[in-house]
Design a protein around this ligand. Structure first.
Ligand code: HEC
Length: 139
C-alpha cells in the first residue's frame, strides 16, 4: 500500500526525502529506477569547467567529496531533482540558489554529468578502522 503510493508520485517522495535533510541517506534510495524523467544529456567535460566557474568546488571540493557542503559524489538525487534543488535549495543561506537566469538547465545537466563521471568517493575517515582510532585519540 505504502510502496504503491510512493510509486505513483516519485518526485514527491524524493523531495520529501530531501526536505528531511537526510544528508546521510544512502544514494541508492534517491535513484531508484523509474524516477528519472526525461533527463537532459549532459557533457561531463563541460560540467567539470562549470563546476569551477560556478564555484561549486568552493563548498563541495573539487571532486564533490570535501568542503563544508555535503558530498556530491555520487549525487544523491536524480538529475531532475538535482536541478530543482539548485533552483530552490531549502536553506539558501547555506546553499546559494542558482536561478535559470544565471545558469541554464543544460549547464546544470553538464555539472550533473561531471559528478556522475567521477570515480567512486573514498570512504569517510570514520569508516577506516585505523583512522577511526586516530580520530578517537585526538578528540
Ligand atoms: C557557499 C557554499 C556553496 C556553494 C558555492 C555551493 N554549494 Fe551546494 N551546498 C552547500 C551546502 C552548505 C549544502 C547543504 C545545505 C543543506 O543542508 O540545506 C549544499 C547542498 C547541495 C546539494 C544537495 C546535496 C544533498 O545530497 O542533499 C547539491 C546537489 C548541491 N549543493 C550542489 C551544488 C552545485 C552543483 C553547486 C555549484 C553550481 C553548489 N552546490 C554550490 C554549499 C554550497
Amino acid at each position: 500500500m505504502m510502496a504503491r503510493t510512493i510509486g505513483v508520485v516519485p518526485g514527491t517522495s524524493a523531495l520529501l526525502g530531501l526536505l528531511a535533510a537526510a544528508a546521510t541517506m544512502p544514494p541508492a534510495a534517491a535513484s531508484a529506477p523509474g524516477q528519472e524523467r526525461a533527463a537532459i544529456e549532459g557533457d561531463a567535460e563541460r560540467g567539470a569547467a562549470l563546476f569551477e566557474d560556478y564555484t561549486c568546488y568552493g563548498c563541495h571540493g573539487y571532486t564533490g567529496e570535501t568542503g563544508r557542503g555535503p558530498r556530491l559524489n555520487p549525487p544523491r538525487l536524480p538529475q531532475r531533482q538535482f536541478i530543482g534543488y539548485l533552483r530552490n535549495p531549502p536553506n539558501p543561506r547555506q546553499m546559494p540558489p542558482y536561478r535559470q537566469a544565471d545558469v541554464s538547465d543544460r549547464k546544470l545537466a553538464d555539472i550533473y554529468a561531471f559528478l556522475t563521471s567521477l570515480p567512486p568517493a573514498s570512504p569517510d575517515a570514520e569508516d577506516i578502522p585505523v583512522l577511526r582510532e586516530i580520530l578517537q585519540e585526538v578528540r
